[in-house]
Design a protein around this ligand. Structure first.
Ligand code: ADP
Ligand code: ZN
Length: 722
């Protein structure tokens, strides 16, 4: 027999199929070792056939076969093809998505433990006291961990017993189980009518994609769990994606309570051994539900019945390294392959998703109310320009101080949220709320300290940095926000008896750093949690009745054409942490532009108003979803080479434009806003395309221009243009 093999080298020059002779019965999807250019390297069998395209004596044979069952599923091979074609990456690079890296590098092996088991009574000499004791012990216990047993009675005695046939030693595979301290918690609930209707609607719909647009606290999680339960009853499997690693423990405890060991975690925060074992639990069929962040979409599950993407609008669902896939797109492919339901959920769906849901491409389910008709928290706007004029230079408005005081007095908890996105780079006047914007693009300018200038990330225009506000002449021009540290210090000064926890990239480390802080807070070991984006998402803390958003503007004016959308999402998400159980919650939203329309929609929880406004704007300006923003990045340590490559790329794309001018709404080449990162010069060709018609050709141009020391890559609607 002959095997068609893809070797595990992600390079376009070896991106072809090689043939090797192989033993009969070799399964498609097996990982193998093959001789290649004088070495032995890993490969993946994508097909087996009795015939070879080469003379039999020219074909080398496979050196080694790993794994039983084969690591890669037939579905994975099919998807690999599609992903490689769509994003123009070598097949090996796509295949790698489907398995933990530890497995490829062969570093981690199955973990085995040895057990001693009682076998039979044997005669012992009177002097062998230790052996007699050991035999007595094991006879009573039946079995024991071998290392502990030998430690207790001595290796000599134990070996002698084994020799005489009194005990036997058995090796057993043990799974390194992550988060084993997470207790299953789940209260059985009677589903509300809205929840059962949603589940029915998903069951009955003939559409693959379902969007649950439900306000925060409307019971979406409960719907997801019920959908999963139904699929498991039918003998199917499920994938459950959350946007943030820190949310997995919370979901896992509910999944464990309902599905026991059938739930497995897949995410980068696990140790190598845990990741390996969880992956095999899924592949072997022992576990049937994969939960995790983005990469869990590649879970080795067969017969998938449902894929759930919670907080579908979250930017963490687009990959930032090659292949730069969209998780929702991959999920659609997997859902179609398996005939499964794809369920997207959010209180603030992305504009692109909502357009599709409204037009009937997706099944749209709307949940307008919180569970038990609980009102959404009231959002108060605090105008920070007034505070500054009154001489208040603390991070807290008078309203927020008052509410904090009240909250602490009645023993409730508060969350203070700081916006880290675009941190320290937007120029704003704290006296009047003026923000520096591009004259051509109507997006906010970003401050670049190395050149002391302001730049537009969409057209490359440069402006002089200002020291006084051009509108009011005020000199409280601010680029940058307050840090979490400063906020904690101020809290300690103003509320000395309050217990404050801080969560941001500086305080959180290790795989369960976030988990520990969140656990402390949910056990009420602290009164106030101060944090960045990490605390905005999905968490359910029943005792929180106050949320303070310290600087709502920072993302409003982030230089991104979607900054309005992001701000609306962020405010709604963060506000949703308040008043989830018992008492009604409150939110204080601090801003320097209290009249901004995005904030007004957010305060009124008016998603539809926001959406209609936003979509009209996008249509008028031809921004996504009415176009595609596409950036081709060129990065190289050598500036001349980077420039040369940039010219090549631009030339090729410009030729494409000549043949299809109507596809190009904007095209230019320029320095990237951040000119150098880690010694690599960064240039870009930036374009706005009317459709995706030419996207594969643009990927092709990038592949052509790529060389070992000068990678060129394509980003579609990048979340970050710096
Ligand atoms: P969402 O995911 O939409 O933000 P959750 O699923 O977290 O909302 O639900 C909000 C709160 O309501 C949670 O505390 C949850 O336990 C509770 N809840 C959900 N469904 C029910 C129900 N049918 N009966 C009682 N409580 C419920
Ligand atoms: Zn501009």
């Amino acid at each position: 027999m002959f095997a068609k093999v893809i070797v595990d080298i992600a390079h376009s020059q070896v991106d072809k199929v090689f043939e090797y002779s192989c033993p009969d019965g070799l399964a498609v999807g097996s990982r193998v070792k093959v001789p290649f250019g004088g070495r032995k390297i890993d490969g993946f069998v994508i097909d087996v056939s009795p015939l070879s395209s080469y003379p039999a004596d020219k074909v080398k044979s496979i050196a080694e076969v790993f794994d039983e069952p084969p690591a890669l599923l037939p579905e994975c091979l099919a998807l690999t093809e599609k992903i490689s074609r769509r994003y123009r990456v070598p097949k090996a690079a796509s295949l790698r998505l489907f398995m933990p890296s530890e497995m490829r590098l062969g570093k981690v092996r199955v973990s085995v433990r040895r057990f001693a088991k009682f076998k039979s009574e044997v005669p012992l000499s009177a002097s062998a006291k230790k052996q007699a004791q050991a035999l007595e012990f094991i006879k009573n216990e039946g079995e024991a961990d071998f290392a502990k047993f030998a430690g207790k009675f001595g290796r000599g005695a134990v070996d002698a017993l084994k020799e005489k046939g009194a005990i036997e030693v058995e090796e057993r595979k043990v799974a390194r189980s992550p988060f084993s301290d997470i207790a299953p918690t789940y209260e059985k609930k009677v589903l509300t009518k809205a929840q059962t209707d949603a589940i029915e609607s998903i069951e009955k719909s003939d559409k693959t994609v379902n969007l649950i647009h439900g306000v925060t606290g409307s019971g979406k999680t409960e719907i997801y769990l019920s959908v999963i339960a139904r699929q498991i009853e039918r003998g199917k499997t499920a994938i459950f994606l959350v946007p943030e690693i820190s949310l997995t423990p919370q979901m896992l405890s509910q999944l464990r309570a309902r599905f026991g060991g059938a739930a497995a975690i897949m995410h980068s925060g696990l140790s190598a051994g845990e990741r390996f074992d969880e992956w095999w639990r899924l592949r072997s069929g022992e576990a049937k539900i994969a939960i995790g962040a983005r990469s869990a979409i590649f879970a080795p599950l067969e017969n998938i019945g449902a894929i759930i993407i919670d907080e579908e609008h979250d930017t963490s669902y687009s990959s930032e390294s090659a292949p730069r896939y969209s998780t929702v797109d991959v999920a659609k492919l997997r859902a179609q392959y398996n005939g499964a339901k794809l369920i997207l959920g959010s209180a603030t769906p992305s504009v692109e998703t909502y357009v599709k849901a409204k037009s009937g491409q997706y099944n749209l389910i709307t949940l307008k109310d919180r569970i038990n008709g609980k009102p959404l928290p009231e959002i108060l706007i605090a105008d920070m320009t007034k505070e500054v004029r009154r001489g208040n230079n603390t991070p807290f408005s008078a309203a927020l101080r008052e509410e904090l005081d009240r909250t602490l007095k009645c023993g409730k908890q508060a969350i203070l949220f700081l916006n880290r996105r675009g941190y320290s780079r937007t120029v704003m006047c704290r006296d009047c709320g003026y923000v520096a914007k591009c004259e051509h693009c109507d997006v906010t300018l970003t401050y670049h300290s190395e050149e002391n200038c302001l730049k537009c990330h969409y057209c490359g225009a440069r402006y002089r940095m200002i020291s006084a506000c051009p509108d009011c002449g005020g000199t409280h021009v601010l680029y940058g926000g307050i840090g979490t540290q400063k906020v904690v210090a101020e809290l300690n000064r103003l509320f000395p008896s309050a217990r404050v926890l801080r969560m941001d990239n500086d305080t959180v480390s290790g795989k369960d750093g976030q988990y520990k802080i969140l656990k402390q807070f949910s056990q009420k070991d602290a009164d106030i949690l101060v944090g960045t984006q990490m605390i905005a998402k999905g968490h359910d803390f029943p005792a929180v009745t106050l949320v303070g958003i310290l600087d709502a503007d920072m993302s409003l004016y982030f230089s991104d054409s979607r900054s309005g959308e992001r701000t609306f999402q962020l405010i709604t998400q963060v506000s949703g942490r308040s008043g989830r159980a018992g008492e009604t919650g409150k939110v204080v939203l601090q801003t320097c532009s209290p009249d901004n329309y995005i904030l007004r929609y957010a305060v009124g929880y008016d998603y539809n108003g926001f959406f209609e406004n936003e979509i009209a704007l996008r249509k008028a300006t031809l921004f996504p979803p009415y176009s595609l923003i596409c950036r081709v990045m060129v990065t190289c340590g050598n500036n001349d080479k980077a420039l040369q490559t940039l010219k090549e790329v631009y030339f090729a794309i410009d030729k494409l434009r000549e043949s299809r001018p109507e596809e190009f709404l904007f095209l230019n080449k320029m320095h990237s806003p951040v000119k150098r990162i880690q010694g690599k010069h960064r240039y870009q060709v930036l374009m706005r395309l009317a459709s995706k018609a030419l996207i594969e050709e643009i990927y092709g141009i990038a592949v052509q221009a790529t060389s070992a020391d000068c990678p060129v890559y394509v980003e579609e609607n990048p979340a970050n243009l710096s």
